[in-house]
Design a protein around this ligand. Sequence first.
Ligand code: RFL
Length: 394
Amino acid sequence: QHFPVVIVGAGPAGLTIGNILRAASVDCLVLEMETREFIERRPRAGVIEEWAVRGLEQRGLATNLLARAERHTECEFRFGGRRYRFGYAQLTGTHHWVYPQPLLVTDLVREYADVRGGAVRFEVRDVALHDLDTDHPSVTYTDPETGQQQVVRCDFVAGCDGGRGVTRTALPPERAHISRQDYGIGWLALLAEAPPSSDCVLFGMHPRGFAGHMPRSPEVTRYYLECPPGDAPENWPDDRVWTELQARLGVEDRPPLTQGRLIEKRVLDMHNYVIEPMVFGRLFLAGDAAHLTAPIAAKGMNLALNDAFLLGDALVAYLTKGDGTGLDGYSAACLGRVWDYQEFSMWLSEVYHGTSSGDPYRAGTTLARLRRLFGSPAAGMAFAEQYLGKNADY
Ligand code: RFL
């Protein structure tokens, strides 16, 4: 078996690259460890930035998104029992799109496999990469039906297998520099079968910890609660969850949150990492495989899409025209946006968590940041630009 490109992982990054390759009639094989049903339902991200929507649209991948996604124009900070609306769209003319990740993945896998005729194997095991620093790399995996090991020869491997994947481990330690940052906090990530309690994202800064409210659809709302790192979901029975959410997001002039059945409850240990360069020989990493941003600023899927646009286009240029400039510049081109978003996540994390840190100095500086955000038009504009995502190269 030979494919010009093997893509490991059918998340937003891998499927977008697959779609770009198929649109240019480049053959590729996607290897995914889960079932198709599983990846089409896995709940995660929801916020997509305008430039990313346009990037999908240009590649024929946004038809359903444009028809069904909600547009958000404001967010709201809640602290000290009061609420402060921040109208970022009015300031910048740009808005956020809310489209749950499972819907995007469903669109991408349908388009790739059913419309563009891309090859994909689900439920594969034991994916391993070989000879990446030669011009004849290969990928092996165990076929779920026969239990036999398969060998796929290829020209390039796209490592799109997320934060827990295997492709990253194929980089020799002396060739890849990993920068890590640990926030030292956890977030209890919740999905509630309950309509949103506001038309926008709510950030609750409270001495007992941060709480977030993110509308996902008219029926489903994502919530977050700051908790100790390594905490167990079992420590969070439903009534404790709702009591904390009501306390941390409660304000004088709004009714309590609309409660509902909690359909997801998991603890995320909040950390970031970046791998530089994102390339080793014929292996190109994309998305969470190359860099993780804790979901503080809702940036991860957007970064995965940016990498995918750059890598998909660069592979097409090389494989159809022999033009290697995109591949040569790939890592540097991605990392500009990656570091920009990492920095913003750190900044926003301090806003979220400063008041609950137990340190009066940090609480004081956090409140100063918030006052500046609402008091200084220049500070408000700077926040809006970063919140909505980088539009220019700098
Ligand atoms: P994914 O989506 O993790 O896909 C990787 C795929 O690879 C498969 N895989 C393997 N396949 C074969 N062999 C192996 N050894 C494999 N190991 C793994 C996996 O099954 C999977 O199908 O990575 P990708 O494509 O890089 O996409 C990244 C995004 O999924 C991620 O950054 C976002 O979900 C992060 N994120 C958010 N990002 C946003 O931009 N906006 C948000 O609002 C947002 N909210 C979130 C989030 C992430 C969250 N969690 C669960 C960490 C909310 C949450 C709760």
